[in-house]
Design a protein around this ligand. Structure first.
Ligand code: FES
Ligand SMILES: [Fe+2]
Length: 349
């Protein structure tokens, strides 16, 4: 049995998406990461600054200020901050503002593929680059970006996104049905920083989604993957002409508040204009059902003051995801070059 107290692992030395590029224009915006308020703004050349939302002078929220001369200006006494946190101007001071104590706490930032990523630990320089969404700009795919918010931990949201046994119940009829179950083999491979499950022998899902994608059936290839710190990936190939890659990065807004930034890439025999209005409402309905059940799970865990799970062998990914997060939080991933361990599990699907 896995029991942990209410504080879930916090993997701070990692990149997280704080907003879409288009959300950040002339006005600074407030976001949260691990519960900490962070203000985002663009300087004179459009580069993004991410500062702890607390003016070092008198602790006023910098997000209430404005961008002035390419700097973020505090609304109280007008101190001006550059994206690296340096205080470059104190309006009432006769002379330059140079002391390091005047710095605001700055977070490393990357902007790529239309997302603003922030490194979660302002005290340690990044030792990696943010995740790249493989098919975000693929020309021959229908690519849809969506955000979903769930009142649940990163672990719970990641497990939910990759958990197959719940789909026939919670999403009955939309994705899979709770009838005519057949055994399939789950090949689970665990690395030091990721885990993957391949489902071998899976029939085309009978629900609406499967019927839209491949009316004639066909061989299904299905992988679910988790990569530290918080990437979930679901990949389907059905028949020869259908490929779906759901690639999502989870942001821990707070311990029990997670934002999922999904990039969904779909290639089918159907044109995008036809697929989109049919598939999108179904996908959003599925996400909605997940968000509701995750919030209920959180409510119960908070009530009982602990996270307590019993699992069977068909909970193929969740327990290992929790272990990976705990090791990453402790900075103890072990040998990244180590070949994966493999385990085959039978699931009735
Ligand atoms: S509190 Fe920000 S300038 Fe004084
Ligand atoms: Fe689900």
């Amino acid at each position: 049995m896995d029991t942990t107290l209410l504080t879930p692992p916090r993997v701070r030395r990692a990149w997280y998406i704080l907003c879409r590029s288009e959300e950040l224009r002339r006005t600074p915006i407030l976001r949260r990461l691990f519960g900490q308020p962070i203000v985002l703004f663009r300087d004179g050349s459009g580069d993004v600054g991410a500062l702890l939302d607390r003016c070092p002078h008198r602790n006023v929220p910098l997000s209430e200020g404005q961008v002035h001369e390419g700097t973020l200006q505090c609304p109280y006494h007008g101190w001006q901050f550059a994206p690296d946190g340096a205080c470059v101007h104190v309006p009432a001071l006769d002379g330059p503002a140079t002391k390091s104590m005047h710095r605001a706490t700055a977070y490393p930032v990357r902007e790529q593929q239309g997302f603003v990523w922030v490194w979660g630990d302002p005290d340690h320089a990044p030792d990696a680059e943010p995740w790249r969404f493989a098919l975000a700009d693929a020309p021959d795919y229908l690519v849809v970006r969506r955000e979903v918010r769930a009142q649940a931990t990163v672990h719970a949201v990641a497990e939910n996104a990759l958990d197959v046994p719940h789909t026939a119940f919670l999403h009955g009829g939309l994705f899979r049905n709770d009838r005519d179950r057949k055994p399939i083999t789950c090949v689970v491979q665990r690395w030091a920083d990721r885990v993957e499950c391949e489902y071998v022998g899976e029939a085309r899902p009978e629900g609406i989604v499967g019927r839209i994608l491949s009316p004639s059936g066909g061989v299904v290839t299905h992988f679910d993957r988790f990569f530290l710190p918080s990437i979930v990936q679901v990949e389907y190939r059905i028949g020869t002409e259908n490929h779906v890659l759901v690639d999502a990065a989870l942001t821990p807004v707070d311990d029990y508040d997670t934002l999922l930034y999904a990039v969904v890439a779909v290639k089918t025999r159907l044109p995008g204009w036809l697929l989109r209005p049919v598939a999108l409402p179904v996908a959003l309905r599925i996400f909605g059902q997940d968000a509701v059940i995750l919030a209920k799970q959180t409510e119960r865990m908070k009530h009982f003051g602990e996270q307590r799970f019993v699992s069977t062998e068909i909970d193929v990914l969740g327990p290992h995801i929790l272990k990976l997060l705990q090791r990453a939080e402790a900075g103890d991933l072990g040998d990244l070059e180590r070949p994966p361990s493999r385990r085959d599990v039978t699931m009735l699907l």
